[in-house]
Design a protein around this ligand. Sequence first.
Ligand SMILES: Cc1ncc(COP(=O)(O)O)c(C=O)c1O
Length: 404
Amino acid sequence: MSSNESVSKLADRHLLGNYRRFPIALAKGRGMHVWDESGKRYLDFVAGIAVDVLGHCHPEVVRAIRQQAGTLLHVSNLYHIRPQAELARELTKQCFADRAFFCNSGTEANEAAIKLARKAMSDRGEPKRIEIITTLASFHGRTLGALSATGQKKMKAGFGPMVPGFKHVPFDDVRAVEQAVTSKTCAVMLEPLQGETGVNTPSKNYLKELRKLCDRKKILLILDEIQTGMGRTGHLFAHQGMGVTPDIMTLAKGLGGGVPIGALLTTEKLAATLGPGTHGTTFGGNPLVCAAGLAVTKIVSAKAFLKRVQRAGSYLKKELKKLGDRTGVIQNIRGEGLMIGVDITLPSPAVASACLERGALVNAIAPNTLRFVPPLIVTEREIDRLIKILEKSIVSIQKEDAPS
Ligand SMILES: Cc1ncc(COP(=O)(O)O)c(C=O)c1O
């Protein structure tokens, strides 16, 4: 078989068809840009779906990975691993948590959170408290536990039965949570801002009220910061901008700056629940991914870096608003920092394809919703360029649709 065979042909023949892909193969990346196999350059406002927080091939991340790759790639959690312990120190230094557990993805971090919450109740003498309240339109991952937690029916179709013990209530509705709490409830689990359903932003006091409710009912608050964490919202963790502290937080996506890593962070008291032999993973927290995580964490946790994210996010929102005024097709600009969603009266997949043609990657997250989650290093000039490409794309679709 020729090595020059097109990727799409190879993929069609050998890969599962579970992803809907654009007809390009990305081969190289640097900073805010990626290049396809033909050498065409794209401005990247997708960032591997909110993963490449420092852009592509950030020199500090590459240096850390190169150095670690030449030293030790993988051992096992049978032994101490210095980069893992150091990453735990750096993350816990920055937030409510005292201890960290590392795994390989977001869904796995949420599995760990679900198991920890249930076992914590069992350890406290309340083994019947197994229910977790989550929100409609949430996304927590694709493994059966995390999928059961997810509040979207369409993702579960055909995969039943789901894991029992999950109740779904509307997002941004404290009363609905209160009504759902019973003597069987062990935790409330949610994203501070819902990412996969188009950046749903709750009202100002929602999380604070939820925190109070959880305290009153003596149940745990689990925050899935897999998408919102690592600076995405202009705070290292989104809850820090919302004035609340969870009992358990999960991370993934941006944490490794492009290498697969997930994490659960929690308090000293709850951490005691998962003693030796209770939970684990072969690859979780291996030296390579933790070296990358350390490099990322050191950069994104700097106050000046987070301020820049806030400024860039405000600028992007402002320019999207102006674009909406000029074109009349953009509404409901929402989100925090560089996690922004907009509704668009044109079909968003057509807009994303038109942008691709003109050299920009944007994410059509729902039929009439675009999501912008660029690398957090994006500049105003790059935002200006995106807006120009978006505008040209919108105008071209409007022209095609205009009656002749
Ligand atoms: C909020 C949230 N939770 C969990 C996940 C699942 O993470 P992963 O795809 O790494 O398993 C995602 C992924 O998009 C997410 O956005």
